[in-house]
Design a protein around this ligand. Sequence first.
Ligand code: NAD
Length: 420
Amino acid sequence: MDSILESALAQFHHGADHVQLPDRYRELLTSFKTTFQTQFPVELDDHSVHIFEGFRVIHNSARGPTKGGLRYADHVTLDEVRALAMLMTWKCAVVNIPFGGAKGGVRVDPAALTQSELQNLTRRFTSELLPIIGPDQDIPAPDMGTNPQVMAWIMDTYSAAKGYTIPAVVTGKPVAIGGSEGRFEATGRGLLYVLEEHLSATGGLPGRTLAVQGFGNVGGVAAKLMQQAGARVTFISDKDTALHHPDGIDAAAAWVHVQGGGSLKSWLEQHPEAAEPVAPEDVLTADVDVLVPAAVQSVLTAENAPAVRARLILEGANGPTTTEADAIFAERGITVIPDILANAGGVTVSYFEWVQARQYMQWTEDQVNAELRRLMIAAYRNVVARCPIGSRGECTQREAALWLAIERVVEAINLRGIFP
Ligand code: NAD
């Protein structure tokens, strides 16, 4: 199985071949503008000192300041961060917001730290990042293992260093300190808008069956909103538990429980009639209309792709499909709505948050959702115009999204020129 970086590079070259990209751009777009790697100490509650490793990678800034999440996970590697930074460049270009791509990560299991340890780690890492991040430079956001509280600590540490409050240095902040209404649900809501648009020509979402892998910020919200929009969510899972009910699971109720600090396991213990536990791999091969992988990367592989039964895959996670699996889905006529389109709702509302912070304005949630819907649907239509749904064997929506993104980034590079 290829790594997420190998997948990202292979996909890029494939797209670059199609748009007949000259070598000078190919080299530029497979290199990384800034790679920052640091090992830094954090004093833990028992007064021991632990050294953590952190990364921030800026892939390309031709279209504007760079944007990308910060991930806390015990498996983070530089290659992973690079791949995700590159995906952010394409994602921002697909939804046509004026940002380049970046990503960061710290190799840590956040669940193993206390709140004060997490705060110390975040503040120390932020101070290491001071030369790189900034409201006009590079703007972090939450990702796996980080949340609005972590963003608040980053904003505070950055502001303390500069001497005044700078809310636009991060997005995904709590609303009380300049976060945007609707940001927390934005990625899941963006998935909903894209899915509704996709299904609008064929009867819409109500009654469709869904399997959602991952029940966090992306999967939990998507499952809840899709259920509320009339879908039957028959499979859900988190990292320890997978659940099934043929009539549909009350994802909204499960999400309330998980948001309160519970897990799907403890939810099932309290509501044993709500669903049956199943094997985790059953979620990916479930007999449903739509599969939403919304947990981690590289879960759809050459091994399980032949057994996938959904006819539509909506990528909530970043990089959930390996290159080999992608080829199998294309061959089998399974439509994949790619991550750089499907899950771009989060970065889109991050952009709205950045705009609000720079204008010291607060939009209403309705305004945010209406603008999100407009940009997501425009992006979906732009991609489908390049590769109509059902163009079996000729092109895929992943390729089309990438062509669009590469062309937009190259246009910016061309207009700006190569300095000097
Ligand atoms: P999260 O930490 O809130 O939730 C992750 C969920 O996945 C949890 O329920 C966890 O238990 C589950 N999980 C982990 N490993 C699993 C496994 N092997 N099988 C099944 N479930 C598993 O993270 P999130 O913010 O929801 O992010 C999920 C994915 O979406 C990541 O790939 C992330 O990069 C991507 N993403 C997130 C955002 C965002 O705004 N949060 C935006 C775009 C993309």
